[in-house]
Design a protein around this ligand. Structure first.
Ligand code: ZN
Length: 170
């Protein structure tokens, strides 16, 4: 398994809209496995393909502490079952050190395909529901910073650009 490079804000590639997955083959399985490995290494609970510069509608999630329940979600579509907005405080592997409160739907129904192309569905609320909504935002080129003030967005942008400069010089 390979650890993939995670793009960080404000990399413009994070704004690309991902394409539907049409072929369910070994290379798709490899991408999902590499993404899970990368997510575990970076101690995340979710990762969208867009974040590793793969522009396909593919997400991995694992909310368990012992990382024992990997969920691979392909071509996700969700509908809101309960429109109550809850406030979720979120971080993102593509925006290190940044946290943002985001309004998320309380309960959703997700339809998706698994690695073999089989159609699946699940109902999610709480952390799993927020995480799915966060990762689908990525597939649509949307980021946590879009929910913040422009002041806060510019501040994190400058901070991350500066830390990238330092990394490049070393
Ligand atoms: Zn994220």
């Amino acid at each position: 398994m390979n650890r993939l490079n995670i793009l960080t804000f404000p990399d413009p590639r994070l704004r690309k809209k991902a394409n539907p997955v049409e072929v369910f083959d070994e290379s798709l399985k490899k991408k999902a496995n590499d993404m899970l490995f990368t997510m575990y290494e970076d101690k995340g609970i979710g990762l969208a393909a867009t974040q590793v510069n793969i522009h396909e509608r593919l997400i991995v999630i694992d909310l368990t502490e012992d990382r024992s329940e990997p969920l691979v979600i392909i071509n996700p579509e969700f509908r809101v079952l309960d429109e109550t907005q809850e406030i979720s405080k979120e971080g993102c592997l593509s925006i290190p050190t940044f946290q943002q409160e985001v309004p998320r739907a309380k309960r959703i129904e997700l339809e998706y395909q698994d690695l073999t192309g089989k159609k699946e569905s699940l109902v999610a609320e709480g952390l799993l529901g927020y995480c799915i909504q966060h990762e689908i935002d990525h597939l649509n080129g949307k980021l946590l910073v879009d929910y913040s003030s422009s002041l806060k967005r510019n501040r994190i942008k400058e901070k991350l650009l500066k830390s990238k400069d330092v990394k490049n010089k070393n």
